[in-house]
Design a binder for this molecule. Structure first.
Ligand code: NAD
Length: 527
């Protein structure tokens, strides 16, 4: 393991992250009760700013303000709404480095990952700028009676969308899910994680600089169980990203309120490596797929199934790469691996490794916390001999830890990959693409990447992406990622009252005529 950071002390905080900026950002968070949360810089553990904590009354007021702003926003023609995002795209790209500074101070991730994260909202904007006019346009169809009736599908905004976001991609989940909601004519109230409220607050200020009306995008902060109930009870739709356990709580409450929700939850994502894999490409792609964002990507790989015939070769190549990843605390592009988000997360990861080792697993590399680099650092860790009775064998670890397994037949590998309650992401590697695609088709997962671990699916903004089984309900991206923020209104027109028996026509004759016209309409394919 190579340390690029000065282990004697944390790196100097980026110059852009001034006290003035921090105070300005948190000033928009309501906190009438006076309670605050100490938001810290991960590398140093120093308090950056006192983040106001919103009371139930603050949240209700935020919704009232958002609702008033939404009524006006929904009346803007779609093209005018989209112009705001056209301008916002440029501002988001031009401010990518300041955004990355904020993402890094609050999450501790390495700079490469922070910069990649800044690209997500602009990618979402680009996609929906092109697609929204078509998807949101009314669609007129023939009605039940040919020529005299029509039915038009009209999409109207839901109202105020509540977004609850996690800490692992705070800027992306705080903004990217809000963008299609706003484009569709909704207001948004977002609740970021307390640890990572700065970068979404900064992103929202950029949207407002681009012309988003004031009041339309509200931010409330607090611990989930304190803020969640009032937020859900006031929202017209909930977009949640986080753990499966919290997703169940959110889904139950949304269900009771009869509002829709999209739940993007955890995973225990498998990778199947076929025996014709290109080892160099696989090692590089998998190092990112496992350890990117220090293993705190919902779609990252935690289980790798290797063919018996090439097990030793593939294991040795991967372990060597993992052992040589540059881990460090720095606000430059040097480190390949950054910190975990908090010491709590570090302890969770350590406990999974300790449990596995106690039950017989072997650490091939890593396995230790690195307080010499920073409070929440943990080494890239590769395990062998993990079984499903170990916590790391069945539960999401969400850290830089992966288990290698060997398989004899592809059928066995698929069975093992599917032996989980989760179904968020999977990866298949092999030179023969048709064979890899056939394997992908048999994996129970909302996303499957072939010859990549996760980024290809996630960055394909035109295709819906979500989890199956315990990994979620609904999807983001694609037409579905926009339409979910709308209610559909069926506006039906009958030009002439022709339903029912004609004057003087007996009901028997009418029914006979109706049944034969059903056959005729099918033959003529009238819908
Ligand atoms: P978490 O569920 O603990 O918290 C997520 C958010 O929910 C936070 O803002 C938190 O404050 C809030 N929250 C917690 N309890 C709540 C409650 N009772 N009511 C309302 N809100 C509540 O998850 P986390 O630890 O912050 O994030 C990591 C998890 O998120 C991992 O499981 C990861 O896989 C998952 N994740 C999934 C995706 C995806 O797209 N599927 C993306 C990123 C992260």
């Amino acid at each position: 393991m190579t340390d690029t950071a000065a282990t004697a002390g944390a790196p100097t905080r980026p110059a852009s992250v001034t006290d003035e900026l921090l105070e300005r950002l948190v000033a928009r968070v309501p906190g009438s009760g006076g309670a605050t949360w100490k938001l810290t810089e991960v590398y140093s553990g120093e308090v950056l700013v006192e983040l106001p904590q919103s009371t139930p009354e603050d949240i209700e007021e935020a919704f009232a303000t958002a609702r008033a702003a939404q009524r006006l926003w929904a009346q803007w023609p779609l093209e005018r709404r989209l112009e705001v995002f056209d301008r916002a795209h440029a501002l988001l790209v031009d401010n990518a480095h300041v955004t990355a500074d904020l993402i890094q101070v609050e999450s501790g991730k390495n700079r490469r990952m922070a910069i990649e994260e800044t690209c997500d909202p602009p990618m979402v904007i680009s996609h929906y700028l092109r697609r929204a006019p078509k998807v949101l346009a009314p669609k007129k169809r023939g009605g039940p009676v040919p020529f005299v009736s029509t039915s038009t599908e009209v999409h109207v905004p839901k109202g105020v969308v509540g977004i609850i976001a996690p800490w692992n991609f705070p800027f992306a989940t705080g903004l990217s899910d809000a963008i299609p909601a706003l484009m569709a004519g909704n207001a948004v109230v977002v609740k970021p994680d307390n640890k990572t409220a700065l970068s979404p607050l900064f992103g929202i200020s950029l949207l407002e600089q681009a012309g988003l009306p004031e009041g339309l995008f509200q931010v409330v902060c607090g611990e989930g169980p304190d803020v969640g109930p009032t937020l859900i009870d006031n929202a017209d739709y909930i977009m949640f990203t986080g753990s499966t356990a919290t997703g169940r709580v959110i889904g139950e409450r949304a269900g009771r309120n009869l509002i829709g929700c999209c739940l993007e939850l955890g995973g225990k994502n498998p990778m199947i490596v076929l025996d014709d894999v290109n080892v160099e490409e696989w090692v590089e792609g998998t190092a990112f797929g496992v350890f990117g964002n220090t293993g705190q990507i919902c779609m990252h790989i935690e289980r790798i199934y290797l063919p018996e015939s090439r097990y030793d070769e593939l294991r040795d190549a991967f372990v060597e790469r993992a052992a040589n990843l540059r881990i460090g605390a720095a606000y430059d592009f040097g480190p390949e691996i950054g910190s975990l988000v908090s010491t709590d997360q570090r302890d969770r990861v350590a406990s999974h490794v300790e449990d596995a080792v106690a039950k017989g697993a072997t650490v091939l590399t890593g396995g230790r916390a690195r307080p010499d680099i920073g409070p929440a650092f943990f080494e890239p860790t590769v395990l062998e001999g993990v079984t499903t009775d170990m916590v790391a064998g069945c539960t999401e670890t969400f850290g830089p830890v992966v288990a290698l397994h060997r398989y004899r037949t592809v059928d066995e590998a698929i069975k093992l990959a599917n032996d989980t309650d989760y179904g968020l992401n999977a990866s298949v590697w092999g030179t023969d693409l048709a064979r890899a695609e056939a394997v992908a088709a048999r994996i129970e997962s909302g996303n499957v990447n072939i010859n990549d671990a996760l980024a290809t699916a996630y960055a394909s903004k035109g295709t819906p992406s979500g989890g199956v089984k315990n990994s979620g309900v609904g999807a983001r991206h694609g037409d579905q990622g926009l339409l979910k923020y709308t209610d559909v209104k069926n506006v039906a027109v009958l030009k002439k009252q022709v339903m029912g028996p004609r004057p003087g026509q007996g009901y028997d004759a009418y029914v006979k005529q109706m049944l034969s016209s059903l056959k005729l309409m099918k033959r003529l394919r009238v819908r």
